[in-house]
Design a protein around this ligand. Structure first.
Ligand code: FES
Ligand code: FES
Length: 168
């Protein structure tokens, strides 16, 4: 019998308190307790990347992260990308370049691309492929995703040049 532990975390700018079992994963906390079901769970063992979220700005697999590990942390999930009803430029790029079909993998891709483009605003082809190497998609054949990432990078750079950095 394990004792639930109280944790506090901030997700997409909102602070939550939760009672979690020591074995509760971050993915289960987000989806089950906080009703943030945009984070998808596929393999549940770190292979597919569908569950990727940002933990202090770094992309992590929420199926491999325990809820108790994020006590006091700041997280961003796919729900936190759009602002005031406007899609994030990365989301918009995926729409325009058809970077999704069923959409199951998409939240993980978006969060991974978010980290990539923050660190490397004009990534090379190799950098993009390397960053996406841990994200699996059963539908698209990846070419449209690669085009989406290139367009997202262009959109974010243009917004920055125009002095209106969006949704950083
Ligand atoms: S569900 Fe976490 S990596 Fe697949
Ligand atoms: S769009 Fe269906 S798994 Fe990627």
């Amino acid at each position: 019998m394990t004792t639930p532990q109280k944790i506090t975390l901030t997700v997409n700018g909102t602070t939550h308190e939760a009672q979690v079992e020591p074995r509760t994963t971050l993915a289960d906390l987000l989806r089950g307790e906080l009703a943030l079901t945009g984070t998808h769970v596929g393999c549940e063992h770190g292979v597919c990347g569908a569950c990727t979220v940002l933990l202090e700005g770094r992309a992590v697999r929420s199926c491999l992260t325990l809820a108790v590990q994020v006590d006091g942390a700041n997280l961003t999930t796919v729900e936190g990308l759009e602002q005031d009803g406007e899609l994030h430029p990365i989301q918009q790029a995926f729409v325009e370049e058809h970077g999704l079909q069923c959409g199951f993998c998409t939240p993980g891709f978006l969060m991974t691309v978010h980290e990539l483009l923050r660190e490397s605003p004009d990534p090379s082809e190799d950098e993009i492929r390397d960053a996406l190497g841990g994200q699996l998609c059963r539908c698209t054949g990846y070419q449209s995703i690669l085009r989406s990432v290139r367009l997202a990078a262009t959109k974010l750079r243009n917004a920055h040049v125009a002095g209106t950095p969006q949704h950083s």
